[in-house]
Design a protein. Structure first.
Length: 227
């Protein structure tokens, strides 16, 4: 069975540690089973504005009207059978790029549920390991906002000093954190495994049937059931 695993690196630093960490997880996913295809997207070279809650997507039940790189990434997300989301830990929490991306998916969350039951893995990295537990918690919140299933997580240390300085034993940044990379590869394999199982179940008709929804009308800024 063929499955597609999408890795999104939510960093402003192209080809940096976060990109490498997500790519390492994708390599492990691709090696886990035959038929696993992977796709990698870094947000470092993407322009994605944060949601301003203008409610256009809610009123129109359509993807955000703002024209930027969000739509390219969103289309890739809809092709995926599983996802790996990675972002660096900044200021004791998750860096902004992934937050901006997920903030723009409100119409799916409220109406279309495009990512329901997709397995997802969470990756974060930082220096000294400070704050990574909180960044992981934010990643899990984003995964659950998208209605995906969090299946595994990994943290890694990219630097043992502040200001981006690296001692000799971290010459290659995150790739030199042996324990962190072992966990990262596990995330990739686990997402691939669950993606295959869930896709098999879906194609076999084993999903719970969705409840029929009543027709709704948009009244005074709110969708209401039509009487």
């Amino acid at each position: 069975m063929n499955v597609r695993i999408l890795g999104i690196s939510g960093t402003p630093i192209k080809d940096g540690n976060c990109d490498k960490m997500v790519q390492e997880a994708l390599k492990a996913a691709a090696a886990a089973f035959e038929g696993v295809e992977t796709e990698f997207i870094t947000l470092a070279d993407k322009k994605i504005a944060a949601c301003v809650h203008c409610q256009w997507c809610i009123e129109n039940r359509a993807p955000c009207k703002v024209k930027d790189d969000f739509h390219m990434v969103y289309e890739a997300m809809q092709r995926a059978d599983g996802m790996i989301l990675g972002g660096p830990t900044w200021d004791l929490t998750l860096a902004p790029p992934l937050l901006n991306l997920v903030s723009r998916t409100r119409e799916s969350t409220f109406f279309h549920h495009r990512f329901r039951t997709l397995p997802a893995g969470a990756l974060t990295l930082g220096w000294f390991g400070v704050g990574m537990e909180w960044a992981t918690s934010v990643l899990y919140s984003l995964i659950q906002t998208l209605e995906m299933i969090p299946v595994a997580w990994s943290t890694a240390v990219a630097s043992a000093r502040a200001y981006g300085q690296r001692p000799d034993f971290l010459e290659h940044g995150v790739l030199d954190d042996a324990a962190g990379i072992i966990r990262t590869r596990y995330v990739g394999r686990r997402v691939a495994e669950l993606a295959r199982m869930i896709k098999y179940a879906r194609e076999a008709g084993l999903e719970l049937p969705r409840r029929p929804r009543k027709e709704k009308v948009f009244v005074k800024g709110v969708w209401r059931e039509k009487e």
